[in-house]
Design a protein around this ligand. Structure first.
Ligand code: CMP
Length: 222
């Protein structure tokens, strides 16, 4: 059982506090999965500490669908549609998750319907992001796809650092970026290096910083 409440993705604090009373927590080692695609969906999770990757494993490559930071809710899709897990969720570093059992969630949410509204908002946002990336993939050249992905990550993890600059405050490897964009790492690396040279982005303590969002936005426009 959780000792302290956590800020959960857009959920009002008092609801999150009540909800966390029915949670069980567990550590996840770096590289370990919380669950694998195809597993039965027995409830949903919240990330308390650490960093997770939502992935689909292919024969040769993996597709990174999303990166999750503390406060993120995941595993809600199977909860609602009753299908097996749609993707695997793997720890990018030592992490801690809270698990909310299906029947406890339903009992709680039936008493507090606002929970459904917030979950729907999360699902809606993810569907939007995934539509944008689908469209980008078929309609934009590589630079546009990288720009679209970086701007999406800035929406999720961005910190305003003044003068219109946004620090993407989440460790993102070039391999992850490439697996999100669906391109070879070397090609993504070339795009990023060009942008660095031209001053559109920079690196600050290992994080990407968007220096000229307007340039990236123009590239990402379909
Ligand atoms: P579920 O299908 O239960 O298990 C895998 C989880 O990954 C899924 O619920 C969502 O919480 C999460 N997920 C799947 N696809 C995406 C996506 N495109 N963006 C963000 N999260 C996702």
């Amino acid at each position: 059982v959780l000792s302290q409440s956590v800020a959960l993705d857009g959920l009002p604090e008092e609801l999150a506090e009540e909800l966390t009373k029915v949670a069980r927590t567990r550590p996840v080692k770096s590289g370990q999965s919380v669950f694998e695609a195809g597993d039965p969906g027995d409830g949903f999770y919240a990330l308390l500490e650490g960093s997770l990757r939502v992935i689909l494993r292919g024969e040769e490559h993996e597709q990174v669908l999303a990166l999750l930071s503390p406060g993120a809710i995941f595993g809600e899709m199977s909860l609602f549609d009753g299908e097996p897990r749609s993707a695997s969720v793997v720890a990018a570093k030592p992490s801690r998750v809270a698990f909310f059992d299906k029947s406890a969630v339903y009992r709680f949410a039936d008493d507090h319907p606002a929970v459904y509204r917030h979950m729907l908002a999360i699902v809606g946002k993810r569907l939007r992001a995934s539509n944008a990336s689908l469209a980008a993939r078929s309609l934009l050249p590589l630079s546009g796809r990288v720009a679209q992905t970086l701007l999406h990550l800035a929406d999720l993890f961005g910190k305003d650092v003044g003068q219109g600059r946004t620090l993407v405050h989440h460790k993102i490897s070039q391999a992850d970026l490439a697996a999100m964009v669906g391109a070879a790492r070397e090609n993504v690396s070339r795009v990023l290096n060009d942008w660095k040279r031209e001053g559109h982005i920079s690196r600050i303590s290992g994080y990407y910083c968007i220096e000229e969002a307007s340039v990236l936005r123009a590239l990402a426009t379909i």
